[in-house]
Write a protein that binds this ligand. Structure first.
Ligand code: 5AD
Length: 363
């Protein structure tokens, strides 16, 4: 079945329990048919909350002067990478606010090379898989980090509606520039991930429908998306007063978005995100049931977690990574899925599109 605007919108508008069950089953079947039941874990390292941007919705935006800024040292990042390795995660995500100074790019590039060096083993001959999520950079910097050993990149478009994008960002952060960066990443050879926030003030079901079509049109390899959750130090601090039912609505809508993305894009990787888990204690499981296949457990040192609050109530638990791993393992097994350890868990879509390109170039 080909999905167009009308039938995607229909999926996102589903309300009845029966239809939701049906949607979940359809999407789950697509998942098992195209990517299998494996869940891949990526150890998330939030290595700095410095940010030169001022996204109106984000707790670590530059304008939030109440926040103490931090930077993990090279040793601290390497220690996190070792934890991921010991837990068998296979991949890590290096995430931070945006900082495209030469010093910072050199630092990240060196850290990536070192992580690659220390993580090669019989189990992982190419070392840990490294995903970056550090915002908009120049072509040269993206290329430098790719050459250093990062092979996936997450850069959310936040919304595919340029008018809405303008409302939630300062004028100097443009939709066009974000698109340009997504194109650079793809051209360089990264596996490219994008995503949106679900439930942004003034966002409509039509916008979200277009978001799914945007993912398709961009032919992305990975998606990470989740509910919009207000942060107290942003202009959206009174969001729940204005929209008292938003929390549950955004949560359900996010699950439907995951299902729709799986049905439309089939073989991509989709994350069940922390924002889902923030709203509901079994948010991760629900995301997986609706078609996601990736989870990103936070392995940032505890003392920094409170300083990386992108939105209110973002979990900053103080259980050890190995305890966290056991908990996640049992939660995932309880829903009849299994974790695939010591694998990169690349997006199948990426390899398909690579193969297609090789064939086209041969012709
Ligand atoms: N609610 C939900 N997600 C948010 N992010 C930032 N602020 C919020 C918020 N208030 C997400 C953005 C960004 C990612 C790193 O975190 O989508 O791309």
């Amino acid at each position: 079945m080909e999905f167009d605007f009308e039938n995607i919108k229909k999926l996102l508008s589903i309300q009845s329990k029966e239809e939701l069950n049906e949607l979940r089953n359809l999407s789950y079947n697509k998942l098992t048919e195209f990517v299998g039941e494996c869940v891949y874990l990526r150890g998330l390292i939030e290595f700095s909350n410095y940010c030169s941007n001022d996204c109106y919705y984000c707790g670590i935006r530059k304008g939030n002067t109440t926040l103490e800024r931090y930077y993990l040292t090279r040793e601290e990042i390497l220690d996190c990478a070792k934890i991921a390795l010991e837990l068998g995660y296979g991949s890590i995500v290096l995430q931070s606010g945006e900082n495209n100074s030469e010093k910072n790019i050199n630092f990240i590039s060196e850290v990536i090379s070192e992580i690659k060096e220390i993580s090669k083993s019989e189990l992982l001959p190419n070392g840990l898989g490294i995903t970056l999520s550090i915002g908009e950079l120049s072509y040269q910097n993206y290329e430098k980090l790719y050459k250093a050993g990062a092979h996936r990149y997450l850069l959310r478009i936040e919304t595919s509606n340029p008018t809405l994008f303008k409302k939630i960002h300062p004028v100097k952060q443009t939709f066009e520039r974000r698109l340009e960066c997504l194109n650079y990443l793809r051209e360089i050879g990264y596996q490219v991930g994008t995503g949106v926030m679900i439930g942004i003030p003034e966002q409509t079901i039509d916008d979200l429908t277009n978001d799914i079509l945007f993912f398709k049109e961009q032919d992305v390899d990975m998606i990470g998306m989740g509910p919009f959750i207000p942060h107290k130090d942003t202009i959206y601090c009174d969001y729940y007063i204005k929209k008292p039912t938003a929390l549950q609505k955004n949560y359900l809508l996010s699950l439907k978005m995951i299902a729709a993305a799986r049905l439309v894009m089939k073989d991509i990787n989709i994350a069940s995100t922390t924002a889902l888990e923030t709203i509901h204690p079994s948010g991760w499981e629900e995301g997986l049931k609706y078609g996601a296949n990736v989870i990103m457990p936070n392995i940032t040192p505890f003392k920094y977690r409170k300083k990386y609050q992108l939105y209110d109530n973002k979990p900053c638990s103080d259980i050890s990574p190995s305890e966290q791993n056991s908990l996640i393992k049992s939660r995932i097994e309880a829903i009849g899925r299994k974790i695939c350890y010591n694998e990169w868990g690349d997006s199948k879509h990426y390899w398909q599109r690579k193969e297609k390109n090789i064939l086209i170039n041969k012709d």
